[in-house]
Design a protein around this ligand. Structure first.
Ligand code: MLT
Ligand code: MN
Ligand code: ZN
Length: 309
């Protein structure tokens, strides 16, 4: 199995178009130790020929152009794409808007929970992906299914499971304590190659690693995990946004209830942060924060990162 990190940043990307925070200013100025990043997406393939996207970011067009494995193959006709499926983990802007880049009468399958499919149905612009050509397939939680699209069996099994999280920002119900969040609003994915018996987990948004999630991830080979913030209040501290990570549905890296502490007992082979917000000090390769996450055994994902298993 080949996994490509297409985009390692959270919503807004790095730098974010309207942001002059320390990190965004530094990456724009070309300061050594800062690397630009596009928005949150992975691609996965068993054979290196047919691929599935895990989330479809607003930067997908650039990500495809930057990734030769995802280019139209001139040997396979005037119109072709190696992308046969897209699996969505929530309805966030950074995870669904890239679908619009996949128009132009190319067949593939969209997989998402009923909650996320309802969002696609409610936004008529997604009808550019005609139903007959681009089926929308509802994911049932905790029931493994085989990935397929455009008549191709990708040879991979996907199991989706609910993780602690929150409904997409633009769907929040202010009158409700949990903003109207329901099961299926945020899911994690376990992708398995049943022939090689190899699996990895992809969880780009997660509010907390509770006991149930910890038990599921114990002993996993690879987990790509929510790296939005280093500290829960860093956006407040930096004067960027009046919200904590907890309010946004993202656990932080550091702290007693952060991901570093939560994973320290789980015996995971490789831990890789993705969905990293531009405020996060780990984006400075020379920062104490970066040294502390690497010292704790984590890798900081980057665009173009390739993992084979
Ligand atoms: C998030 O990850 O919290 C969202 O992508 C935020 C957003 O939609 O900007
Ligand atoms: Mn996001
Ligand atoms: Zn910024």
């Amino acid at each position: 199995m080949i996994i490509k990190v297409l985009g390692s940043a959270a919503g807004g990307g790095f730098p974010q178009w309207n942001c002059n925070c320390r990190n965004c200013a530094a990456v724009r100025a070309g300061v050594p130790g800062f690397r630009a990043r596009t928005q949150s997406s992975l691609a996965v393939s068993r054979d290196g020929v047919n691929w599935a996207l895990l989330n479809a970011s607003p930067d997908l067009r650039q990500q495809i152009n930057d990734t030769p494995q995802l280019h139209a193959d001139p040997k396979l006709g005037l119109r072709h794409s190696p992308i046969k499926a897209a699996v969505l983990t929530n309805g966030d802007v950074d995870h669904i808007i890239g679908l619009i880049n996949l128009r132009e009468a190319q067949p593939f399958s969209i997989y998402a929970s009923d909650r996320v499919l309802a969002t696609l149905h409610a936004n008529s612009v997604f009808q550019v992906l005609a139903d007959g050509l681009v089926p929308r397939i509802e994911i049932a939680l905790d029931k493994p299914f085989e990935l397929e699209g455009a008549g191709v069996d990708l040879g991979l099994t996907v199991e989706a499971f609910a993780v602690p999280g929150k409904v997409a920002l633009y769907l929040e119900d202010a009158s409700s304590a949990d903003f109207g969040s329901q099961e299926g609003d945020t899911i994690g994915l376990k992708i398995t190659d049943p022939v090689e018996k190899k699996s990895f987990f992809y969880i780009p948004g997660c509010a907390t690693v509770d006991e149930k999630l910890g038990a599921r991830l114990k002993g996993a080979s690879i987990v790509f995990f929510d790296g939005t913030l280093f500290t829960d209040d860093e956006m407040l501290e930096q004067g960027l946004l009046n919200k904590t990570g907890a309010r946004m549905g993202h656990t932080s890296m550091s702290g007693a209830s952060g991901s570093i502490a939560a994973f320290s007992k789980l015996g995971v082979g490789r831990l890789i942060y993705v969905h990293i917000n531009n405020s996060n000090p780990v984006l400075d390769e020379n920062s104490p924060a970066r040294k502390s996450v690497e010292g704790a055994g984590w890798e900081v994902g980057y665009d173009g990162m390739e993992v084979r298993l």
